[in-house]
Write a protein that binds this ligand. Structure first.
Ligand code: GFB
Length: 322
């Protein structure tokens, strides 16, 4: 291992209430880390450089997982461009800069596969960054995410900071957002099929044509990869994190239907956008380092639905459910 994370290191997880951040905290605590640092949105506005500097001075993290941000699915991305570009640009800038000022040992910044051009060659290698126009439905978010990669590279080049960037594919799992106006496709499908079954309805609306191809990684696999990269990767280039396997949205909807509401029928609303036609990552760089995912999509869907049912039955802590 290049750089093992000491169990008593002060590890800050920025964005710990979200899908990714909560998985990173679970992963660190399961490995015996005793000083996992977090701050809620109310305690610390990550868009405020002064507040972030003060928090870093007071808490002196050794390692930082920068997994905070304003995120959402295709509809939220295309209808809230200002929030997506402003919040993310600011959050990336403040946390990277404060990490530099306070002498953080290492930082991992999490981007997104939407940084790649709309017509990237599939599977998408890391080298395809900035080789063509972006997918219009998420270009604002993508520009902020690309700026995050460039921030890490700039601080590495100018100050020798050990700041690395990981680019995950589409994610899902416990603590996802199930609000239909802002969620990604997989939690949206779970909720739509579940609500239809509860209401005795059989038609379930799927946005777009069903033909776009997507790759899905369970968030616990992503958290494991983030810790692996923190310990084993130190390079200027960003690195892809995914399964390398994709399927169509129709096939995904059929899988979710089979788990949640087997008698339902898919109804495609082609007035809704498809977004990127295909987005599957080339993950050979990460595999060659020795990491691979452990979840398969079928069991991941089943366990996420199980988690969803537990939240619905208790109505505790489920984002997007009234
Ligand atoms: O997950 P999703 O919103 O994100 O949509 P993207 C993926 C595909 O699923 C699109 C279709 O073709 C959607 O039209 N889809 C079908 C649905 N039914 C639904 C539904 O009920 N809800 C949603 N949300 N989609 C996002 C980017 O793109 O991916 C972000 O906008 C980010 O920037 C994220 O990169 C990972 O894969 O299209």
């Amino acid at each position: 291992m290049l750089n093992p994370l000491p169990k008593d290191a002060r590890v800050y997880v920025a964005g710990h209430t979200g899908l990714v951040g909560s998985a990173v905290v679970r992963r660190l605590e399961a490995a015996g880390h005793t000083k996992v640092l977090t701050a809620t949105r109310r305690e610390l506005d990550l868009r405020d450089q002064g507040a972030v500097n003060t928090w870093f001075e007071a808490n002196r993290p050794d390692y930082v997982f920068l997994v905070a941000g304003t995120v959402g699915g295709i509809l939220a991305n295309s209808t809230r461009p200002a929030e997506f570009i402003y919040d993310n640009l600011m959050i990336h800038g403040t946390v990277v800069h404060a990490s530099h000022l306070s002498g953080v040992t290492k930082l991992l910044y999490l981007g997104s596969s939407c940084i790649y051009p709309r017509h990237a060659t599939q599977p998408i290698t890391e080298e395809q960054l900035l080789t063509g126009p972006l997918e219009p439905t998420n270009e604002w978010y993508a520009i902020a995410k690309i700026a995050g990669i460039k921030l890490c590279q700039a601080y590495r080049r100018q100050y020798g900071s050990d700041f690395i960037s990981a680019m995950p594919t589409n994610l899902y799992g416990p603590n996802d957002n199930f609000d239909l106006a802002s969620s990604h496709v997989l939690p949206a499908l779970i909720r739509k099929f579940h609500d239809a079954r509860q209401a005795g309805r059989f038609d379930v609306e799927i946005w777009g044509t069903g033909s776009p191809m997507r790759e899905f990684l369970h968030v616990d696999d992503l958290a494991d990869a983030c810790v692996f990269l923190m310990e084993n990767y130190s390079d200027d280039s960003h690195i892809n994190v995914g399964t390398g396997v994709d399927l169509s949205i129709r096939e995904l909807a059929e899988k979710v239907r089979d788990v949640v509401h087997p008698d339902a029928q898919l109804v495609f609303d082609t007035s809704k956008p498809d977004g990127m036609p295909r987005k599957v990552l080339d993950v050979s760089r990460l595999r060659n380092l020795g990491w691979s995912p452990s979840y398969d999509l079928d069991s991941g869907i089943r366990s996420t639905y199980q988690w969803y049912l537990e939240q619905v039955s208790t109505s505790v802590g489920l984002r997007g459910i009234d």
